[in-house]
Ligand binder design. Sequence first.
Ligand code: GUE
Ligand code: MG
Length: 290
Amino acid sequence: MPAQIIDGKQIAQQIRSELAAEVAEFIENNAATPCLAAVLVGEDPASQVYVRNKERACEAAGMVSKLFRLPAETTQDELLSLIAKLNKDAEVHGILVQLPLPPQIDSERVLRAIHPSKDVDAFHPENVGLMTLGKPRFLPCTPHGVLQLLKRSGVETAGKRAVVVGRSDIVGKPMTLLLAQKGWDATVTIAHSRTTDLAAVCREADVLVAAVGRPEMITGDMIKPGAAVIDVGINRVDNGTPKGKLVGDVAYDAAAEVAGWITPVPGGVGPMTIAMLLHNTLTAAAAIER
Ligand SMILES: Nc1nc(=O)c2c([nH]1)NC[C@@H]1CN(c3ccc(C(=O)N[C@@H](CCC(=O)O)C(=O)O)cc3)C=[N+]21
Ligand SMILES: [Mg+2]
């Protein structure tokens, strides 16, 4: 039986309409509208697309989106002073600084300058710490989106073996912690580029999350029959067209013949990241306006 396709676009749309209702209620009960400030430094074309999608999604949910575009030559001090201004701005509930930042900027310093109560990416060490302790203020958007895809598709994680391929601070690491936490209750392995016999490790997974950033590196033979395969990768590869083609970290066609569930790219995890960003922005607004 071929895999059930997990339609991230549709599930994200469902979450966004749930959020729109909550935002409307929030606006009725508070003298404020949830507001996300997005900061984009430079002209990276992919970043422009993501930031525009985030703005549109915010507005569709009834939230305010403020975009701050800074030139590629922006200095660290200029960026830090914008963040200081946004931290103090009572109208702004969430702040997102789009990554990657240009090389003259120390990303770690910038992310730590965002006030933790407005850190809707959940990248600040205080928020990473709270999440790790099982007391999250915000959940990081992409891993939270993955959990929602699993839950809303009826994939059981309790007692199951989960393998996360990739150990980034943004996806891999928090993904493993969340899958192991109470309520999700998976037995989790974190695998990476130095893992011996990666294929055998992956084949043990009832839930396989690929977050390595290497196009189609997870092949059909690495998948346990019936597993849920969640592809976090978004890689643009050359296919002779000017824009190239988006592919995930999973070789989709072969994987779909073996898996029980699978997420496509595009239309899988990507739209969920944005939906969970909106969710965090509403959470931030509720905490600040309370
Ligand atoms: N501070 C910060 N926070 C982020 O959350 C963040 C970031 N920086 N920098 C870049 C990455 C990447 N990211 C995506 C979000 C949505 C899609 C998305 O909606 N993708 C669509 C396709 C988009 C396309 O066609 O290119 C999809 O997968 O269907 C993709 C990627 C958020 N990121
Ligand atoms: Mg941030």
